[in-house]
Design a protein around this ligand. Structure first.
Ligand code: GAL
Length: 305
């Protein structure tokens, strides 16, 4: 049994294999936490692990691979999961949310052609169960815009938002999703234009929304900044620095609010740009002072609870 996770170490699943869930996301569903993330080994794109204690993770499935079932959902959608020469495309920052109306698990992600970052598209996949094979509905440019680093956020009223870096990463777009979460419905915000924010992650605390993001320096870490808003589609504050100049050598992946305790954790990637599969995780508790200012301090080890 694992009861302490060492930040920056190799984290293993309950079978002793390295956890590959980079740039990921955790979904809480019916008493179980599901951790989805990038797995670039073999023919895999996205893997899922599950846990009830947030420390011991069972490998459950490779939910998106080069072999996944595809289905065309929109008119201008590219459903190929390999390139013309049969090599892998690039799938990054997969996030999965549950749609209560359709009872489907919906994944949004960033897709590139496997050679460079010129495609700048997002994609959607869908499944009836959290660990089942997702059906890939294909990649597209939301409203024709470029779309790179991304995240999803579901508000208390179940309205979902997709946030992604646009205009060669200069701007951060926020789209409200359609009720089924399968499409963009409206561009509701165009944030920090010209500031080149990447790796967005949103958390709600005491009726305020906080968005963390990094600057645009590839695999190399940089100073994280955050902003606050009263409403997702409202006015966001200017960006304020948090953590140290490399954010403790991390880049945001997502926030987890633990169901029972209400504790909030900053999940991040400590990328290894030279050897991607050796990239690590750093998880830190996120705290707030009396004025609602977030505090992110480094800790060597973490107990997620
Ligand atoms: C980062 C981005 C990662 C990955 C990387 C590639 O800035 O956040 O998800 O795309 O660049 O260089």
């Amino acid at each position: 049994m694992i009861n302490k996770l060492i930040n920056g170490d190799i984290w293993k699943d309950t079978c002793g294999n390295t956890i590959h869930a980079h740039g990921g996301h955790i979904l809480f569903f019916q008493g179980v936490y599901y951790w989805y993330g990038e797995n670039r080994t073999g023919n895999r794109y996205v893997s899922v692990y599950s846990s009830t204690d947030l420390m011991n993770w069972d490998f459950r499935n490779d939910v998106l691979t080069t072999e996944s079932k595809t289905e065309k959902y929109r008119v201008k959608t590219d459903t190929s999961l390999v390139t013309d020469d049969g090599s892998k495309i690039n799938i990054e920052r997969p996030k999965v949310i549950y749609n209560e109306k359709t009872k489907k698990f919906v994944m949004w992600m960033h897709v590139e052609n496997g050679r460079d970052y010129s495609l700048a598209a997002c994609a959607v996949a869908v499944s009836d169960t959290p660990c089942g094979q997702f059906t890939y509905l294909g990649s597209f440019n939301p409203f024709g815009y470029m779309s790179r680093d991304c995240t999803l956020f579901v508000d208390d009223d179940k309205t979902a938002y997709f946030i992604s870096a646009s205009r060669e990463n200069a701007d951060l777009h926020m789209y409200r999703l359609t009720d089924d979460y399968l499409n963009v419905d409206s561009l509701v915000n165009n944030l920090w234009q010209g500031e080149y924010r990447e790796a967005p992650a949103v958390v709600k605390h005491n009726d305020k929304y906080y968005m963390f993001s990094s600057y645009c320096t590839g695999w190399a870490p940089n100073q994280c900044k955050y902003a606050v808003a009263d409403k997702m589609d409202g006015r966001w504050s200017v960006l304020t620095e948090i953590g140290d100049e490399t954010t403790y050598r991390t880049q945001p992946a997502f926030f987890l609010t633990v169901e029972d305790s209400g504790n909030i954790y900053y999940f991040s990637d400590r990328w290894n740009g030279k050897d991607y599969n050796d990239s690590r995780y750093v998880v830190l508790p996120l705290e707030f002072d009396d004025e609602g200012k977030p505090i992110l301090e480094y800790k060597d080890e973490v107990e997620i609870r």
